[in-house]
Design a protein around this ligand. Structure first.
Ligand code: GTP
Ligand code: MG
Length: 235
């Protein structure tokens, strides 16, 4: 059973919406409120679809090889304030159309895998599915960010089937190993610690830690090959 963490439902008040949607005309605040909640529900449905797809792949693989390629799946919905902030920063109005058109990461899924090969195996099996369209793919494992950050990022669309319509929703997926996740989680905590200056020395140390995590991943890959963990059970 995969450890699955779902984002908590955000409580939004009608006053939150009233402040926003400034450029949307002819719509009263109640319909803005309702439509915003509806759009967020669609994003949650899209995350459920994606999580299910990865759960299915994990199930199939674990039957064949008696091990789980996925260690955990986390999902998160971008908060209303972050949505507004990002739209404003990029010069877009806070409207439902702008959210859908210009933001790729309202719905986010993080798939934490055991080995680096699992990341690629899962990403390939997933993107081959005929209802998934890949909009962007960034491989920060082959080309890590200058600070050392590693992960495979995909922006995809997935259809969700509602009672009377089909909606195509965008989702950001981050696939990474446990070692990559460990580094990224701690780096994020250190970098955004309030009232503490993030110095160049700290950045250098973190970069070295990223290199260590890379080494750890390759050593684990070698060990896995040695014990032939991925020998098919029914050969
Ligand atoms: P945004 O960062 O979302 O505005 O878009 P972008 O196009 O720059 O996306 P990118 O693929 O670089 O990063 C998207 C997400 O990956 C971020 O929101 C983080 O969750 C994660 N991420 C990217 N870089 C780092 C990093 O250096 N450290 C950590 N901890 N996470 C990162
Ligand atoms: Mg982001």
């Amino acid at each position: 059973m995969i450890n699955q963490e779902k984002s908590k439902k955000e409580q939004i008040n009608i006053s939150d919406i009233d402040d926003f949607f400034v450029s949307e005309s002819n719509q009263d605040q109640y319909s803005n409120f309702y439509n915003y909640q509806k759009l967020m529900a669609y994003y949650r449905c899209a995350m459920m679809e994606i999580a299910t797809k990865f759960n299915v792949l994990n199930e199939e693989f674990s039957l064949q090889y008696e091990r789980n390629p996925i260690s955990s799946i986390k999902s998160r919905l971008k908060k209303i304030n972050s949505i507004k902030e990002k739209l404003t920063k990029n010069g877009y109005p806070f409207t439902l159309d702008a959210i859908e058109e210009h933001l790729n990461d309202v719905a986010g899924i993080r798939v934490v895998c055991s080995f680096t090969d699992d990341v690629y195996m899962l990403a390939n099996a997933f993107t081959k599915q005929d209802d998934i369209t890949v909009i962007a793919r960034k491989d920060y494992i082959k080309n890590p960010k200058p600070n050392g950050y590693r992960s495979l990022h995909l922006i995809v669309t997935v259809p969700i089937f509602l009672a009377h319509e089909k909606r195509i929703m965008k989702v950001e997926i981050q696939l990474r190993t446990i070692a990559m996740d460990f580094w990224a989680t701690l780096e994020h905590q250190l970098r955004y610690k309030k009232n503490v200056e993030f110095t160049d020395d700290m950045a250098k140390e973190l970069f070295l830690c990223a290199k260590l995590s890379e080494e750890l991943d390759s050593k684990m890959d070698m060990l896995r090959d040695k014990v032939q963990l991925d020998k098919k059970l029914l050969e």
